[in-house]
Design a protein around this ligand. Structure first.
Ligand SMILES: [Zn+2]
Length: 162
């Protein structure tokens, strides 16, 4: 899969379904103004979805997250390498992470995180946390003394997979 910019027709055919499902989701109160289309290595659309945060009462129901979840179930795989994400807006760090976990290496996006912020959907707290400029939003504390309490998980994993 090359990373050359898709033609305008291709962009229309991939962004179009994401926009359509997002607009209908907005009107139904499903979630925020974000959509995504996941395309397989042959260029076929696997899923086109919108944000489902409100409908599912799921804070992680971002469009790219939903697209990865639905595509993995539909294709019965955890490996979406070779697939390409078309996101109506620049993905947040959570969605960047889930794409990476799924092996997706190319994501095209239209609106930017600044556009999202201007519309009340800022992800700057995540971006600042991850770039180290403001870690006050989450105390991430390693408890070395807890390792022993949790060690049986590794032991059992090794027994099952040894
Ligand atoms: Zn996201």
């Amino acid at each position: 899969m090359s990373n050359t910019t898709p033609s305008a027709d291709v962009l229309d055919s991939y962004f179009g379904p994401a926009v359509e499902v997002t607009l209908s989701g907005l009107r139904a109160g499903d979630g925020g103004p974000f959509g995504a289309t996941l395309v397989d290595p042959e260029g076929e659309i696997v899923v086109a979805v919108g944000n489902t945060v409100l409908r599912e009462t799921d804070i992680s129901g971002h469009a790219e997250m939903v697209a990865v979840r639905e595509a993995c179930k539909k294709l019965d795989t955890l490996d979406l390498s070779g697939h390409v994400m078309y996101a109506t807006c620049e993905p947040c760090p959570m969605c960047v992470a889930v794409m990476m976990w799924a092996g997706i290496t190319t994501c095209y996006y239209a609106s930017t995180h600044v556009d999202a912020g201007d519309n009340g959907f800022s992800d700057m707290h995540l971006r600042r946390y991850l770039d180290g400029s403001d870690t006050s939003t989450l105390d991430m504390i390693h408890l070395d003394s807890g390792r022993e309490d949790c060690a049986s998980i590794w032991t059992e994993f090794q027994r099952l997979n040894g």
